[in-house]
Design a protein around this ligand. Structure first.
Ligand code: PGA
Length: 279
């Protein structure tokens, strides 16, 4: 990593070269595609094949795409992937226990055995609709790491926290309660996605300064608790109403290493233009 002075963020041949803590960094841009509860098996396979063909044409290693289909399609999607492509498999959830009498649930060991490398933990829909609290999310993070799966830990404030200017403390608490018990080596495996709840699926997004400020706060918490170098190395994503039109503006923000995409990742007609906008 070459170290430089006070430069603004820009993109060169698809690599993001950002001024995090006054240092250049070069690493592939992460694009996580959260399909949520969309797509039948054949639709998921078709989208994956379309992506694979696109990646083969692009010959790019400048992106790392993580597909997050539903549990039931993981094995079939995994069988389409090829190790020479920057396309990995993730799950949208996992159980917090290793195994047991939990009808209808899926463990991290099961995910790992299906070729899963990443798992979403703490998405606002899991926190809100399924009432997953800080403690269960901490246990899910531990369960994933125990199986060698990298958690994509989502944090984000509801709109009233932002209007009351308590959003930063809200996010710090989410990190404190579910993530900061990890060892440095474990935390280095975690990807953190900042997704303001009010920005998810709404078309409303924070301005660039607000996103940059939050990314900086997240890194500052990690720097205080661990080390500045770990804080610099942790991968941070932005998520919430990201699409082909605005993705470049998110990636140009200091501290943003990639994006977590919902709606705009479900159809090739939306997702391919988003990827093209990144390159
Ligand atoms: P969105 O969803 O891109 O549709 O806002 C993002 C997410 O839920 O992770």
């Amino acid at each position: 990593m070459a170290v430089c002075g006070y430069c603004c963020s820009f993109v060169v041949i698809g690599y993001q070269i950002n001024n995090h803590f006054n240092a250049y960094r070069m690493k592939p841009i992460l694009i996580a595609a959260n399909w949520k509860m969309h797509k039948t098996l054949s639709e998921g396979q078709e989208l994956t094949s379309t992506l694979i063909n696109w990646l083969r044409r692009q010959k790019t290693s400048e992106l790392q795409i993580i597909l997050l289909p539903s549990f039931i399609h993981l094995t079939a999607i995994h069988s389409l992937l090829a190790s020479d492509l920057p396309l990995a498999l993730g799950a949208q959830n996992c159980h917090d226990k290793a195994s047991g009498a939990f009808t209808g649930e899926v463990s991290s060991a099961m995910l790992a055995s299906a070729g899963v490398q990443y798992v979403l933990v703490g998405h606002s829909e899991r926190r809100g609709v399924y009432q997953e609290d800080h403690e269960v999310l901490a246990a899910k993070v531990d369960a994933a790491l125990a199986e060698g799966i990298r958690p994509i830990f989502c944090c984000g404030e509801p709109s009233h926290e932002r209007t009351q200017h308590t959003h930063e403390a809200y996010i710090v608490k989410q990190l404190e309660k579910s993530l900061l018990h990890l060892s440095p080596a474990q935390l280095a495996q975690v990807i953190i996605a900042y997704e303001p709840v009010w920005a998810i699926g709404t078309g409303h997004i924070p301005d660039a300064d607000a996103i940059a400020a939050m990314q900086k706060s997240i890194r500052a918490v990690i720097a205080r608790r661990y080390t500045p170098s770990l804080a610099e190395d942790v991968r941070l994503l932005y998520g919430g109403s990201c699409n082909a039109q605005n993705v470049q503006s998110f990636l140009a923000i200091e501290g943003v290493d990639g994006v977590l995409v919902g709606n705009a990742s479900v159809q090739a007609k939306d997702f391919l233009p988003l990827l093209e906008a990144v390159l």
